[in-house]
Structure formats: C-alpha cells, structure tokens
Design a protein around this ligand. Structure first.
Ligand code: SF4
Length: 483
C-alpha cells in the first residue's frame, strides 16, 4: 500500500534523513534520530500531513459506522477469547490446513523460521522468491538469510520494494516508504532500475516498479506471502492487500509459502468479518482493501506451506501487563495518530515495529536495546482511542517505563536525577527551599549555564519562566493555609 501525498515541488533537494544508528545491542538513541528527521523540514512536514490525512480518513469511516464502538468491543473480545485458547485453535487450524493439503511447519524462533523456509526452497531447487509484505519476515531477518544462502528475494509491494532497493527497513507497517518524498523514490529507482532521475511523477514511478517487478514475478520459482488472519475452523489463510501483489506471489509460482505469527488466528469465518470491516478502515480510512484473498490449499500440481512462528509470542502471552498487545492486527492507526511518530519518522525507532505498538513489542525482544523507546511517547492516549482491538497502548507504554526502571535498564543520569527528585519531593522543607533556589537561579543565571551539553532535558525544551511567588506562598498569604 502506498500514500503518494500532496508534494507540490518536484525532485527533492533536501537529503532524505536516515534512521537510528544501530550499534549491536546498545540502546537505540531514538531522540538523536528524531532530531535529524526534524531537521529535514520538507520530509517532516509531508510525513506528518500524510499520516494525519490517514487518521482523518479513518475518523470519517468511524463516523459512518454507528456500531463502531460495538465492533471494537467485539473484535477485542474475539481476540481475547482466541489468545486465551490459543493452543486449541492452533491445533484446529493445523488439522484443517493439513486436511486441505497444506504442509504446516512450526517455528520456535526466527532462526528456525528462516531455516524452514530455506529448506523448503532448497528441496524444490528454487533460487528466486517473490514475496508480498510481511512484518514477520522483517522481524526474522529472512531476506538477509536467504540472500546469504544464494536465493534472490524480490519484494513486490510498491513501498516495500522501494525500501528494499534503498537498503532500508520499512518505516511503517502499512505504508513502508511513507517517510520518503517522491524525489527520493525517483533517485532510488534511477540508481537501481535505470529510470529517469528527474521524473518523479508518482504514476510513472509506480509504472517503473510494476514493469520491472512483474517480469521477475512471472519467472520466479517460489512465492511467499504474509498473512493477516488464519481461520481455525476452515484452515484458511487470509491476506489483505491493495495492490494484488500477494495474489500474484501466491498463484504464479508453483510453490507458495506463508509466514505467519501464531497470534493471527481467529476461530471462525464469522469472526473474520468483524476484522475485515475494521482493518482497512483503521489503516487507510478506506472501507475495504482492494483484495481480500482466502488461500485454502495448493492448486493442482503445486505446493503450499504455512510456517507458524512463535518467536517470543508465547513468552509475551505470559506477561501480565503486555499480553494483550498480541491482539494487534497491524493496522497502523496508532502510528498515524501519534504526535511523536508523525514528527520523528518510523526509522528513528531502530526496530522492526515502530510507533506506539512498537514501544510495547520491541522491548519484549530486547529490553536493553529498546530501553529508550517507551519514552518516545507523550502518553496522551490517542493511540488507545483509535486502536480497533482496544489495546490499552499508552498504559502499557507507561508499564514498560516502570518495568525498565525496576530492572535497572534506564541510563545512570536518569536514575540519579529521579533518585534526587524523590529525595527532595519526600521532604517538604527541602522541596520548598529547592524551588525557591531554582526560581532564583533561573531568573539570575546566564542562559548558557542552564542550556548546555550537560543538560539533556533542556536540549529539546524551554524551562518555564521562574515565578516570583510559589503556590504555597500564595496560598499561605491569601487563604491562610498552614500546610
Ligand atoms: S496496536 Fe491497535 S492501532 Fe496499533 S497497529 Fe495494532 S491494532 Fe492497529
């Protein structure tokens, strides 16, 4: 899926800001990457506008459906029921899918998933794989694994293909290249596909992608899709796209592999209707995706494999505060509404999942590496309000902050500052003296003493103007309170 936006000027003269710097397992500096994104005003403005447009379209669809809140409650309840009976429904799905002629695999983690896919391809002698968008394969690092094994992987979703050709990860789970200006795309296509670098017409760019990718699809030896929903009672795989590329990947080659997280289950076909109604409305503000395809089994003479992937999901299911994040249907609505995400870009999070839902999921994979992410939120709750499956996103982000402090995963300076603040706030006399001293210092000290490299807080914020009188002094004077 892609959003072309409303760029009024031709090729981008402003260099495209890049994402967070990844240094092994060291904590991601999201604020540093966000600062670079903010320093690119054309990119930042368009990114903000594009996503806000999606949010507004989503609102329009919501107002058109009087039963919206009822649907959210129902979707949330279905997911809750499924997740609390996951073993039963997974086994039901496996039995039905096998009866339909599908080969079902189970992968404990990313390494097992990648090995299974590589093995299926190798046994068939497949050296080329076309695939549709799948965040799970990003999570598992599948493309790199297969490339190292000598298998050519071609993304066929427009946004995902742009990102692949630019050696970047997707910046958004629904619109992977939404952070790019069309001039950025023209440059990437010119460098990799030989198109005209000065032609940044979105229709021409889409045509270049279609013409260059379609031939690869036609001769590919295997196709892969992600999956939006698995239906336990039918053993069906349901994939929703707007470009129809998943259908080509699934139907053109004789081998179709599906990678899917174990949380994507719904019990019955009847339940699916609820999610199909909510997904595209929440994601793009459109009533339905152009293609909602049900893959039940292999075509005559071909093979279909489904890889059911855990990769930390069972562990998350056991986390009291975070298990409901498994209800997520990856619509991206929480990202589109988040003021931090809209202004900092998805790549600033340095993780597969960005935005509000990413702040919950990413630390479950690596709480040290992603320890700064739960702070990339104003906790305004807008994410929770738009979530179609009613995940209490902002409360879980706050819960992560508490968990990170408890586990000692916050920087030393922040810990020391909070300890000092705690000591002051616990002693009223010390608190009053500190406030008085701070007010005097703020009023008298030269600016450079307060705003310098040592004051990380002041880098992004202005300190409020010092008061001549504290509330306590005012209250004592005017109300005679003795507290
Ligand atoms: S957390 Fe909710 S709003 Fe965010 S992507 Fe998932 S389903 Fe959509």
């Amino acid at each position: 899926m892609s959003v072309s936006g409303q760029e009024s000027t031709p090729a981008a003269s402003e260099p495209q800001p890049r994402g967070a710097r990844i240094r092994g397992d060291k904590p991601i500096d999201q604020a540093e990457a966000a600062e670079r994104f903010l320093a690119a005003p054309r990119h930042q403005k368009l990114h903000d506008e594009r996503l806000w447009t999606l949010r507004q379209r989503r609102d329009g669809e919501m107002w058109n459906m009087p039963e919206w809140e009822e649907m959210r409650a129902l979707a949330s309840a279905i997911k809750e029921h499924t997740l609390t009976h996951l073993d039963t429904y997974l086994e039901m799905f496996e039995a039905k899918a096998k009866a339909n002629g599908v080969v079902v695999h189970w992968a404990r983690d990313a390494a097992e998933h990648n090995a299974i896919v590589a093995d299926v391809l190798t046994r068939r002698g497949a050296k080329t794989l076309v695939k549709s968008k799948s965040m799970l394969t990003e999570e598992c690092g599948l493309r790199e694994h297969l490339t190292n094994a000598g298998i050519e992987v071609v993304e066929t979703d427009l946004g995902e293909r742009i990102q692949q050709l630019d050696s970047e990860d997707p910046s958004h789970i629904v619109v992977p290249a939404v952070h790019k200006l069309r001039g950025d795309v023209a440059k990437v296509f010119a460098a990799t596909l030989g198109s005209d670098p000065s032609d940044d017409d979105p229709h021409h760019l889409a045509e270049v992608q279609r013409e260059t990718t379609r031939v690869l699809t036609l001769k590919a030896e295997a196709g892969m899709t992600g999956c939006n929903f698995l239906v336990a009672e039918t053993g069906c795989v349901v994939v929703c796209t707007n470009e129809g590329n998943a259908d080509l990947c699934a139907n053109v080659p004789d081998l179709h592999i599906v990678s899917v997280g174990i949380e994507k289950l719904v019990p019955r076909l009847e339940d699916l209707a609820v999610f199909v109604r909510m997904l595209s409305r929440s994601a793009l503000g459109s009533p339905i995706t152009q293609y909602t395809s049900h893959f039940r089994g292999p075509r005559a003479g071909s093979e279909m494999h489904v890889v059911l992937v855990d990769n930390g999901r069972s562990e998350r299911l056991g986390m009291d505060e975070f298990w409901t994040s498994l209800k997520c249907i990856r619509c991206g609505a929480c990202m589109n509404t988040c003021p931090v995400y809209r202004r900092s870009g998805g790549l600033s999070y340095g993780a597969t999942y960005s935005g509000p839902i990413g702040l919950i999921i990413d630390p479950t994979f690596n709480s040290r590496k992603y320890s700064s992410l739960p702070y990339a939120s104003s906790l305004n709750g807008s994410c929770t309000n738009v979530c179609p499956v009613k995940i209490n996103i902002h409360e879980q982000i706050y819960a992560w902050r508490k968990a990170l402090v408890r586990d000692g995963e916050t920087p030393f300076v922040k810990r020391a500052a909070m300890k000092a603040a705690g000591a002051i706030l616990a002693r009223p006399a010390l608190y009053r003296a500190t406030i008085q001293g701070a007010n005097t210092a703020l009023a008298k000290l030269p600016r450079f003493v307060i705003y310098n490299g040592l004051n990380a807080w002041g880098k992004h914020r202005e300190t409020p103007s010092p008061r001549t009188e504290t509330f306590h002094q005012w209250f004592k004077k005017n109300r005679g309170g003795g507290a």
